[in-house]
Design a protein. Structure first.
Length: 322
């Protein structure tokens, strides 16, 4: 039996895992990214993690069919050159650099794309023929799977739902544009809206939970206060869920996937989030009497990155054999 190594490259940690053909993790390891270092040092540590994790699984390199990498950015599939803004990587030849240590078929893709692919192999969208995965974190990432294959676009720059324009001349985004969808549907957006609300509702439970300091409000503060029935927090979270329902409607109108999966930090609100969002979707739908995408919560959590990375490597190795 062959196994697949997945690497989840993040701004804080490098995680690696050995994964079987069904998307089950056999062994895992991680080290600190220390993102300020020159990239060859980081890639050397990625290679060390791979060696370690294979050893942890009591396997050898001969048992491994491929290596896949999920990155916080964009990868050119043909050249293996990557761009990761938050690592300050521009034009980094990641595949060639890692090949200096490991000679295996390699695949690289965006971290949200691989996480969405992981959910479609071993998670909640396992039986769905098409799905769109949204990570609701500091920003909003997305992963599209169509007929069992991840889709990140013809040039690899697609599946960036977070930077679709939601509001003309809206809130300024880290990308340089205004009104990007992630400015309204990320955890960062909840925090911004909550701080604003606290200027009107100074006695909100959110302020109590943040010990009177609006800068200490995080998404969980808002969700917990809303769950407890606080008026300002409920208004903020309802507004947030409205934005989410609008983008879900956009996705349905554009792609009509079988399933839309919500992951990332905000999705930890669980059924509380799901119920509010599901209730708000019908009002925006074009075909109000037709069935539409099932909305579910992601099920793999933090492991999605490693599993998905391994699985895109598997796909690349299989494509190569064809
Ligand atoms: Zn943007």
């Amino acid at each position: 039996m062959m196994y697949y190594v997945g690497i989840d490259l993040g701004g804080t940690n490098i995680k690696a895992g050995v994964v079987d053909g069904q998307g089950k993790i056999l062994s895992e390891t991680f080290c600190k990214t220390q993102a300020q270092r020159p990239y060859p040092d980081i890639v050397r540590d990625m290679a060390a993690c791979v060696t370690q994790v294979i050893k942890n699984a009591k396997l050898t390199i001969k048992d491994i069919a491929s290596v896949g990498i999920g990155i916080p950015g964009y990868a050119d599939q043909k050249t293996g050159v990557v761009f990761c803004t938050n690592l300050d990587w521009h034009n980094v030849p990641l595949r060639d650099e890692l090949m200096k240590y490991i000679d295996l078929p390699m695949a690289i893709d965006n971290d949200a794309t691989v996480a969405g692919y992981a959910e479609s192999i071993a998670g909640v969208s396992k039986d769905a023929s098409s799905s769109v995965f949204l990570t609701l974190g500091t920003g909003v990432g997305s992963g599209i799977v169509i007929n069992g294959r991840p889709w990140s676009g013809f040039h690899g720059i697609g599946s960036e739902v977070g930077h679709m324009t939601l509001a003309l001349d809206g809130v300024s985004c880290t990308c340089g544009n205004n009104g990007c969808l992630e400015r309204y549907t990320s955890a960062t957006a909840i925090i911004r809206m909550a701080r604003q609300a606290c200027m009107t509702y100074a006695d909100s439970a959110m302020m109590l939970r943040a010990e009177g300091d609006p800068n200490r409000i995080n998404a969980k503060t808002v969700i917990d206060a809303a769950k407890a029935g606080d008026r300002a927090a409920t208004e903020v979270f309802d507004e947030y869920c409205k934005y989410l329902a609008i983008i879900i409607n956009n996705i349905i109108a554009f792609l009509d996937p079988e399933m839309i999966v919500l992951g990332g930090g905000v999705s930890h609100a669980g059924e509380f989030l799901l119920e509010k969002v599901r209730n708000k979707i019908p009002r925006y739908l074009l075909y109000k009497n037709m069935p539409y995408s099932e909305i579910r919560l992601a099920s793999l959590g933090n492991e999605a990155g490693t599993i998905g990375a391994a699985m895109i490597g598997k796909l690349a190795a299989e494509d190569r054999r064809k």
